[in-house]
Design a binder for this molecule. Structure first.
Ligand code: 4AD
Ligand code: MG
Length: 462
């Protein structure tokens, strides 16, 4: 049998020929003489129309009753229909039901709420929205690999179980191998959570950056692409406990090189998806986020804005807008500020650079002013932060002083410090939140709807 995608791409070649296809019934309407089935096998976005007639089929009545989601096999003739909405249809000569489907199938042909669809995560990949989301998700992953591979970057797998806290922020899911029936106790009798199979505390990784730095100082240009975990208690539409991150790390490079790479990557991804998923992108443009296509096309062809944190604060203070969270130099920008900057002031993706050191991670390179670090966040309309990056502190003494200031133990990061001792050239990198860019490209507004199996308290069925 032939995949429907093949027929859609080369319908002319199959005109008036006999074809055999398989798929699931997405719609079935009939009179007592003929009927139409919208058939999809998952290889393409739009279903294919099957026409069947009582005169042709011995089992016409059975087929007329075929319920939504039944799996069927169709043999028939492909006819081009240039006048109709669909470019071709298949006139059935034989239809067989391969798998029946029960009448209480939850995904009826009507608009279901996203909340309802989240409760049926085992069925929602069949719904139009999720056919489009997860195809695009797959394509974006491929585009990202292609972008870096074309530029000679080495793909490095960093550990998922690790002893280090890459962000120094303590937002890790801790791992233990405790025997619940025989809990180890500390001297005062409380449970000792630090016992585990690495002989020290270990956790799920929050970022592969520190290990990526090891490889960048050996291969020059590298990237990671893997799952990361954050035990932050933020029940928002943009945070998940388990998400995927892409982290390039480049040696002999500074913050400007880092931002140039990030900008090129985002444009590459947009162009790739517009070219390879036109039907899905058209769907998002019509049903999820009107104007999406125009906006993305515009972004792919324009230069991203760069603005320092200090300038951003000045803009926010003088714009006359009343923010819930008051703006002053030193605050961590809140979502409302980020969105105001990218949506109202600049109306395009922007990099905010040179943040105060006190609100950023220990490894960022201290600027000459002694107050700010060489950091960059990329903010985009609709989503806010999708990338966080920086030039790394390569000066051993400055890094040691900074760690001391923050109470981080040199013992825990000994190998990270050694990298600075042995040929630790200037280097930089960033982390792209994979789900965040999928949200940006599809217009989907909740991170739970771009993750196949979102890890949040209410949706951990799997
Ligand atoms: O800004 P973050 O915390 O930066 C890092 O982890 C650096 N080590 C990256 C690097 O320089 N190599 O996270 C990077 C990005 C954020 O911009 C955001 O897009 C995404 O990861 N992110 C999350 N996405 C979903 N859910 C969460 N809880 C996220 N936390 C961060
Ligand atoms: Mg960040």
């Amino acid at each position: 049998d032939i995949e429907l995608k093949e027929l859609q791409q080369h319908a002319e070649q199959y005109a008036d020929r006999e074809v055999t296809v398989r798929g699931w019934v997405r719609q079935n309407r009939s009179s007592n003489r003929f009927g139409f089935i919208a058939l999809n096998d998952g290889t393409c976005f739009s279903p294919v129309q099957i026409v069947y007639e009582a005169e042709e089929l011995g089992n016409f009545e059975e087929i007329a009753r075929a319920p939504l989601s039944a799996g069927i096999l169709v043999k028939g003739r492909l006819l081009l229909t240039p006048q109709a909405k669909q470019p071709f249809e298949i006139h059935a000569e034989e239809v067989t039901i391969e798998a029946d489907s029960a009448a209480d199938y939850p995904l009826q042909n009507k608009r279901h709420s996203m909340e309802f669809l989240r409760e049926i995560a085992h069925l929602r990949p069949r719904a139009n929205t999720f056919q489009a989301v997860f195809r695009v998700r797959s394509l974006v992953a491929y585009a990202i690999h292609q972008f870096f591979q074309e530029r000679g970057f080495v793909y490095v797998h960093t550990p998922i179980i690790t002893g280090s806290d890459a962000e120094g922020a303590g937002e890790m899911f801790q791992l233990t191998t405790l025997d619940l029936n025989d809990l180890p106790r500390t001297e005062d009798g409380s449970i000792d959570y630090t016992k585990d199979f690495f002989g020290k505390e270990c956790n799920l990784t929050v970022s592969g950056q520190l290990e990526a730095e090891i490889f960048a100082l050996a291969f020059r240009n590298v990237y990671t692409f893997g799952p990361t975990f954050r035990a932050e208690n933020s029940n928002t539409a943009r945070h998940a406990s388990e998400f995927w991150m892409i982290e390039p790390e480049i040696a002999f490079a500074d913050l400007a090189d880092d931002m140039a790479l990030a900008e090129d990557m985002v444009k590459y991804i947009i162009n790739y998806v517009l070219e390879h998923a036109p039907a899905e992108m058209d769907f998002f443009n019509r049903f999820i986020d009107k104007g999406l296509l125009d906006r993305l096309q515009h972004v792919a062809g324009s230069e991203f804005e760069r603005v320092t944190y200090t300038r951003a604060v000045e803009i926010l203070q003088s714009c006359g807008e009343k923010f819930q969270y008051p703006v002053e130099w030193g605050i961590d920008l809140q979502t409302e500020h980020e969105r105001y900057l990218t949506e109202t002031v600049f109306k395009k993706p922007i990099f905010v650079t040179d943040y105060p050191k006190d609100i950023k991670a220990f490894y960022m390179r201290l600027n000459d002013d002694g107050k700010t670090v060489a950091a960059c966040d990329m903010l985009v309309p609709g989503v806010g932060e999708i990338i966080g990056g920086s030039q790394r502190e390569e000066r051993l003494d400055v890094l040691q002083a900074r760690m001391k200031e923050l109470g981080l133990s040199e013992k825990d990061y000994w190998w990270y410090l050694e990298l600075r001792k042995y040929g630790g050239v200037k280097h930089a990198g960033y982390g792209l939140g994979f789900e965040r860019i999928i949200m940006y490209i599809t217009g989907m507004s909740n991170i739970r709807d771009v993750l196949p199996f979102p890890r949040t308290p209410k949706t951990a069925e799997f």
